[in-house]
Design a protein around this ligand. Structure first.
Ligand code: G7M
Length: 327
């Protein structure tokens, strides 16, 4: 979808609010904010009681008055230890729900500043964004090296899912003040930045991504021993930067690549080991240290081996595998 300058400006305003204004002192002004109160909810795309999240498809009126699609993700944030005593002292109400012997449950109503909801906005959202967040049946695919060449690669090349946000980070056009570490080498360097799923207010759900400066590596499938210096830099320098910045040791980090990724530009996930991050399960995550080992053993390892990954029922790639009789 072509993006109008005003929509782009709005989007950039919104993305500022993905940051951690409190931590970095650059809170976006309300004037630039997404008009949440004007959002007409069209559909609940997905919700999770366990993760305390809800994904909404809504519309707001564009300049011409027609509805422009938006995805709004609301997520209750984890507790922050340093706020707990405030929360207990300054609650506005404690409402008894039930009591039985020594057991009782209450509803506690905290003041607004201790009751925040992380809000992520994709606006304007394309049909692909809506599909991405819609709850779907999931199928496992086993993709051989040949399947990749014949089915997945042509499909990826025919797609236009924009990775402009990645280039914006690499070119310091967005999120520049959030960069934690950079190795500027164009072939072996990368940028380490908080993932936008993490608000940086607590370490329990620490989540950063390392984005390679090299622009020609789409995914795990493209990696050969030629890329070992880049991968080793990401592993070692990434761990070092996180230790320095957040005092979290490498042994407390899960460092991995997704296959398939959502965005075909090489990036590596760094999450807290104790955090069950979305997409860290065995059918999607490949530990970076294992990837390095495999490439040291065989430069063509990821071109040769079969890779398993999940695809949602509505994903066009699943249809391609089904048409080829492979799913
Ligand atoms: O599934 P995949 O390996 O492609 O993961 C991409 C990661 O990039 C996810 O963890 C997203 O939360 C993260 N991400 C996506 N966008 C659009 C942004 C963004 O604009 N900024 C940042 N910092 N992270 C993003």
């Amino acid at each position: 979808m072509a993006e109008s300058p005003s929509a782009k400006k709005k989007r950039e305003g919104i993305e500022e609010t993905h940051g951690t204004p409190g931590a970095q002192g650059n809170g976006g002004s309300d004037g630039d904010s997404f008009p949440l109160a004007e959002l007409r909810v069209r559909k609940v795309l997905r919700e999770s009681a366990r993760d305390k999240t809800i994904f909404l498809h809504g519309q707001v009126n564009g300049v011409s008055g027609d509805g422009t699609d938006a995805v709004v993700i609301l997520e209750k944030t984890p507790f922050q230890e340093e706020n707990i005593s405030d929360l207990l002292k300054r609650h506005t109400k404690l409402q008894l729900q039930m009591t039985n012997d020594i057991y009782s449950t209450y509803l506690l109503y905290p003041p607004p500043q201790l009751n925040e909801i992380k809000t992520t906005v994709v606006y304007p959202a394309t049909e692909k964004h809506l599909q991405k967040y819609l709850r779907q049946e999931v199928y496992l695919i086993r993709e051989t090296g040949e399947d990749y060449k014949n089915i997945s690669l042509p499909f990826i090349q025919s797609q236009s899912f924009s990775i402009q946000w990645v280039y914006n980070i690499l070119e310091k056009k967005a999120e520049a003040d959030r960069i934690i570490y950079e190795n500027p080498n164009p072939s072996d360097g990368f940028v380490l930045i908080p993932d936008f799923k993490w608000n940086q207010k607590q370490l329990d759900d620490l989540y950063l991504i390392a984005i390679s400066h090299h622009r020609e590596i789409k995914s795990l499938r493209d990696l050969t021993s030629e890329h070992l210096p880049l991968l080793r830099n990401i592993l070692e320098e990434g761990k070092g930067a996180i230790l320095k910045h957040f005092a979290v040791a490498g042994s407390q980090l899960r460092i991995y690549l997704h296959y398939q990724p959502s965005y075909y530009h090489l990036h590596v996930h760094f999450t807290a080991l104790s955090y069950d991050a979305p997409g860290c399960s065995v059918e999607r995550a490949h530990l970076l240290s294992d990837v390095i080992d495999n490439l040291e053993l065989d430069s063509q390892y990821y071109q040769k081996r079969a890779l398993t990954f999940p695809l949602r029922a509505d994903e066009a790639l699943l249809k391609k595998f089904q048409e080829a009789g492979k799913a």
